[in-house]
Design a protein around this ligand. Structure first.
Ligand SMILES: Nc1nc2c(c(=O)[nH]1)N[C@H]1C(S)=C(S)[C@@H](COP(=O)(O)O)O[C@H]1N2
Ligand SMILES: [Mo]
Length: 202
């Protein structure tokens, strides 16, 4: 009698990650207070027009929206699962505020100067979005209200909470954790955790 082996389920956990119940809060520094009258999302740097574009919080409601379900992998090990994000696809930013043809990277900026650099292709991935809602509710203050960048295919540090700006760059420049020993690219499936693991081209 022959037994057909069951196909192996694809691994859900990147190597070296551990599953955590619930959703831990993890970030550097304090949780900013949202002041709607002062808040804007700025798109600046190498825009095709040369101008800076700003959206108020109310403007965001008029932009296209999408839903993405994803796991969240923190580079220090914990993975929380089943996050349903709702918000504005990152590609919308490029569509509405075109970059020059020289743009290769973006810097995503948050309150208090937190930043994360992304290759343009990572930013324009169909899964990347600027989330206003999580599991049907507005994102909570400690998880990034009012707006949080979510880049599901990369480690959590590539997704600034309290997002305030997108800078178009014509060359790469390291962001906050990338300057502090974390990998420039941050693909959890490729174990791109620390900067000492980088190849010269990363
Ligand atoms: N503004 C800001 N965003 C941030 C961080 C931070 O320190 N500041 N930490 C990042 C890291 S390392 C991770 S793992 C996730 C954690 O998100 P969570 O607290 O919603 O789980 O937020 C990311 N976004
Ligand atoms: Mo993290």
């Amino acid at each position: 009698m022959s037994v057909t082996p069951k196909p192996k389920a694809p691994d859900r956990m990147p190597p070296g990650q551990r599953f955590v119940n619930g959703w831990p809060v993890s970030h550097y520094g304090p949780v900013p207070r949202f002041r709607p009258e002062r808040w804007s999302l700025r798109v600046f740097g190498a825009t095709a027009s040369g101008d800076t574009h700003e959206w108020t919080f109310d403007d965001l409601a008029g932009l296209p929206h999408t839903t993405v379900t994803a796991d969240l992998h923190c580079a220090s090990g914990p993975t929380s699962t089943g996050h349903e994000w709702y918000g504005i696809p990152a590609t919308t930013v490029l569509d509405l505020v075109p970059p020059t043809s020289e743009v290769t990277h973006v810097m995503a900026w948050a309150e208090y100067g937190y930043s994360a650099n992304l290759r343009l292709a990572d930013f324009t991935s169909s899964q990347t979005l600027m989330a206003t809602h999580h599991n049907g509710e507005p994102v909570t203050a400690e998880h990034g209200f009012p707006l949080r960048l979510v880049v599901p295919h990369l480690f959590g540090y590539k997704g600034p909470k309290w997002l305030r700006g997108i800078e178009y760059m014509t060359a790469d420049r390291r962001g906050f954790w990338e300057e502090r020993g974390y990998h420039n690219l941050a693909d959890p499936w490729l174990q791109q955790r620390y900067s000492y693991q980088e190849d010269a081209s990363d």
